[in-house]
Design a protein around this ligand. Structure first.
Ligand SMILES: NC(=O)c1ccc[n+]([C@@H]2O[C@H](COP(=O)([O-])OP(=O)(O)OC[C@H]3O[C@@H](n4cnc5c(N)ncnc54)[C@H](OP(=O)(O)O)[C@@H]3O)[C@@H](O)[C@H]2O)c1
Length: 266
């Protein structure tokens, strides 16, 4: 049972990568944690380190966010909390396939995990945050929300949804005391690429970021009430160019980038 005297953070996809880094960072700030994911053993085994790192109380909610019943069970937990200081909608995945080759069920899962879960958990969180007059919501989007590319159409489109949803939410929540952020990282070392069998082993090392770095940047940007967080100047520049280049130029450059990316794969 979470008491109301410590900040409470709910992080989806806390099993690995960026979500696990948020959990470590918010534990060190003394938060009580509610962690979600599907890999139960891995998630539960992280709790002793998080307790030692400062988390006062940890709840683990196992569930697939592509499954309506699991999503709703997690969302129903939120109004029962005495407070909610952080919601990090982080869970996400991609498959690498053109739309016609992909399993439609997997495409639907990407939409449900990125869009439906983010909207439903945000809706539930706002009730508690408004009651307490404060809170922060970080929606983990991606640089891909600005860079539509072949082989990732559903991924890019759902991340664009997350970014736009967050920007609109920011307008709805002005003067509410609730901060929102769309976190749009470029390449981050995590299970994200390896679990879909993509080894970008030949990708230049300087292009990678560590999850802990991304989380620090996100929390720093949140303090400064920045709505969009794109860690590292080079990725800010890419996002800027992709948003402002004439579409005809953008589309003519993408096949070159795709060939470059093929060369990074082992
Ligand atoms: N890595 C990158 O280069 C990169 C770049 C930009 C944005 N992002 C975004 O960052 C977020 C975190 O990714 P990551 O890089 O940290 O990858 P990761 O290590 O693979 O972590 C993804 C997390 O999402 C959870 N998850 C995935 N599908 C789920 C489902 N159906 N139901 C419930 N939980 C699910 C996973 O937990 P379980 O497996 O235990 O379910 C895991 O904890 C994602 O939204 C991703 O799109 C990543």
């Amino acid at each position: 049972m979470h008491s109301g005297d410590k900040p409470i953070a709910l992080i989806t996809g806390a099993t690995s990568g960026i979500g696990a880094a948020f959990a470590r960072r918010l534990a060190s700030a003394g938060c009580s944690l509610i962690l979600t994911g599907r890999r139960e053993e891995k998630l539960r085994s992280s709790t002793s380190e998080l307790r030692a790192g400062g988390a006062s109380q940890i709840d683990v909610l196992i569930g697939d966010l592509a499954d309506e019943a699991h999503r709703s069970a997690i969302a129903k937990k939120i109004p029962t909390l005495p407070r909610l200081d952080f919601l990090v909608n982080n869970a996400g995945f991609n498959i690498h396939a053109n739309v016609e080759e992909a399993d439609p069920q997997q495409l639907r899962s990407i939409i449900d995990v990125h869009c439906t879960a983010t909207v439903e958990l945000t809706h539930a969180a706002l009730g508690v945050m408004k009651r307490n007059g404060r809170g922060a919501i970080v929606n983990v989007s991606s640089l891909a929300s600005f860079t539509p590319g072949s082989g990732s159409a559903t991924y890019c489109a759902t991340k664009a949804f997350v970014t736009t949803f967050t920007e609109a939410l920011y307008l709805e929540l002005s003067d509410s005391g609730i901060r929102v952020q769309a976190l749009c990282p470029g390449w981050v070392r995590s299970d994200f690429h390896t679990r879909r069998g993509i080894m970008l082993s030949n990708m230049p090392a300087f292009l990678w970021m560590e999850a802990d770095y991304v989380v620090n940047e996100s929390l720093h940007a949140l303090e400064r009430k920045k709505i969009l967080c794109i860690p590292k100047f080079r990725f800010k520049l890419i996002a800027f160019l992709c948003r402002h280049l004439p579409r005809v130029v953008y589309f003519s450059l993408m096949p070159t980038f795709r060939r470059l990316r093929q060369g990074w794969k082992k």
